[in-house]
Design a protein around this ligand. Structure first.
Ligand SMILES: *Cc1c(COP(=O)(O)O)cnc(C)c1O
Length: 368
């Protein structure tokens, strides 16, 4: 047996710049937590839906599990038709992937040659630099403005003849604001018409701002726009990995070629179909989460905590150099949050008890 676990194989150098995935601490109560007197731990670090699966969805997944010796329908035909009908597009404008991150990786693969540029705001979704680097493309990160919003003028100015893809994350993860419809239209009109623009709407269902864009209307106006959505957040299917793109058929065809074969499991396809059918029931949960968001935002406001507008299922604490310190304090109090060193902390709106604790922990931290 070889002495060590070392290997001399050559790996792509780009991997050195790709951060490894740091999983959040599991929410299961650790022994040390009970010693500290903390009786429960809430994981509010991944923007997950706190509600358990709907019984109707769970039943269908259980049933689908009995045929897991078979490959799923590679074309996700039934889901494609259900979704196309729901959204009001044709089936050849819909393509699925292993979460919308999977679809995004395919979008980069179908647009970027090595060295081509992908423009997006920063700070934004952590997965962007990873999927861009792995495709051999180059990230061009455009700083958010002082209100933690996309600076669309600066993003337009960052586009060069090497830019092949541009991402608008609305609402923006991790800071919360959505872009305005009018500024987005003007922005899109200013861009080259052959540049693929992704509207990442992972948190669409939580948006209440009157001036937020109707991405579908914009998609119809601009043939270079792709709308990216997911069943992970509002629909509560994060663990099953299913997301989708709405795009012109030529793009859909390319995406289907690039997708991981059989990537979307039969359980995921059926759970998504069942979730579309249970839309009203799921929408009630979204309404509750939005009300909880309002409650948390108001309470933080009363405590004098200044945070950016949020249209998503999380709040952003722009703590700068104190981000890690806050995360440690939250952890001591049974809240697993998502800190970004030197920048801020993202906290998911979750069950009422978790939100109560969040209000308490933030208030005490800012007062101390
Ligand atoms: C959570 C999230 C996604 C969706 O991820 P899935 O791969 O669909 O689970 C996409 N974009 C953003 C900005 C997100 O925060």
């Amino acid at each position: 047996m070889s002495e060590s676990l070392e290997t001399p194989v050559r790996l792509r150098t780009t991997l050195d710049s790709v951060p490894g995935y740091k999983p959040g601490r599991p929410a299961a109560m650790a022994a040390e937590d009970s010693e500290r007197g903390v009786t429960s731990v809430f994981k509010i670090s991944s923007n997950e839906n706190p509600y358990p699966p709907l019984p109707s969805v769970l039943d269908i997944v259980r049933e689908a599990a009995t045929t897991m010796n078979r490959y799923p329908d590679m074309a996700s035909s039934e889901l494609t038709h259900a979704l196309a009908q729901r959204v009001g597009v044709s089936a050849d404008e819909v393509s699925f992937g292993t979460g919308s991150v999977g679809v995004l990786a395919s979008l980069i693969q179908i647009t970027c040659e090595p060295g081509d540029e992908v423009v997006y705001a920063w700070r934004s979704f952590e997965a962007y630099p990873i999927v861009v680097a792995l495709a051999g493309a180059r990230s061009v990160q455009v700083p958010l403005d002082a209100d933690a919003r996309h600076d669309l003028d600066a993003m337009a100015a960052a586009v060069t003849d090497r830019t092949r893809l541009l991402i608008v994350c609305t609402p923006n993860n991790p800071t919360g604001p959505s872009v305005r419809a009018d500024e987005l239209r003007a922005f899109l009109r200013s861009l080259p018409e052959d540049l693929l623009v992704v509207l990442d709407e992972a948190y669409l269902e939580f948006v209440v701002a009157d001036d937020a864009p109707d991405a579908l209307a914009i998609y119809r106006e601009f043939p270079n726009v792709v709308v990216l959505r997911t069943f992970s957040k509002a629909y509560g299917l994060a663990g099953l990995r299913v997301g989708y793109a709405l795009a012109r058929p030529r793009i859909t065809t390319a995406l289907r070629k690039a997708a991981t074969p059989f990537g979307v499991s039969d359980m995921a396809q059926k759970a998504a179909i069942a979730s579309i059918a249970a839309f009203d029931e799921l929408q009630e949960r979204v309404v509750s989460l939005v009300a909880e968001r309002r409650r948390v935002v108001d309470a933080l406001g009363e405590a004098g905590v200044d945070i950016p507008d949020t249209q998503a299922n999380f709040v952003w604490l722009p703590l700068g150099e104190r981000a890690l310190e806050f995360a440690a304090f939250a952890d001591e109090n049974g809240l697993v949050v998502r800190p970004f060193d030197g920048d801020g902390v993202r906290c998911t709106i979750a069950e009422v008890e978790a939100n109560d604790r969040l209000i308490d922990v933030v208030t005490r931290f800012y007062a101390g």
